[in-house]
Design a protein around this ligand. Sequence first.
Ligand code: GLU
Length: 255
Amino acid sequence: MQSQKKYKRIVVKIGSSLFSSKGRKLDTALVHDIAKQISALVKRGNEVVVVSSGAIALGMSILKLINRPKHLKDLQAAAAIGQHELMHVYKLALKKFNLNCAQLLLTWDDFLGLRYHNAKNTLNTLLKLKCVPVINENDSVSTEEIKVGDNDRLSAMVANLVDADLLIILSDVDGLLDRDQKVIRRVDKITGEIKALASPTRKSACVGGMVTKIEAARIAVEDRIPCVIANGGKKGIIIKVAKDPLSEGTIFLPK
Ligand code: GLU
């Protein structure tokens, strides 16, 4: 109960890799499980904001594309096709637990000036309504110059925007692995050595996004928000981490 209060407002980032299991099909069982965990947390008084990837992956699957498009306009179109499908999936899954969801599509310049405050007010109001905001980057209108670029960083910026108590980044890896492939449980300082463990040249299960996850953790801890990187495929993982952020994956602690 103590930690429920301490980590009341939680941002959960869900990566595309979790959505498409074997055969590039949407893993509906996993989405159902995520919705179940969110509803259990909301019932206990937590506030949960989801940052979810998957628009481009779902768009590609609807368009029956095997390879990720190379041109920006094709990626933007795939995102536009996939985004509402993504929301449909969340809507159906959360509805089963009597929860409403809301969509916010943000990009870099929404974190500046008046738009930052507008987004903040909207999110606070949605949370008061016990609604689950589901956020993605506004890929269909974002270009290189104005893009956050990846949802790991976006989730850290959202955690700052809503003054979250905890950021949970869910992926298909167990956390940050050391050189012996063991999960590092706790990081008190993001040193060069820690960054090197995420290097894309390193052959390990956690390559593929670990660089941006560590960057997201850096942004979060600078804002005094602890960040946990954990395996979203594990049953009950969100609840477990929300109760005790030291229990699973890798935790990055603020100074
Ligand atoms: N916004 C992208 C999408 O929904 C994903 C970006 C990311 O996974 O970092 O497809």
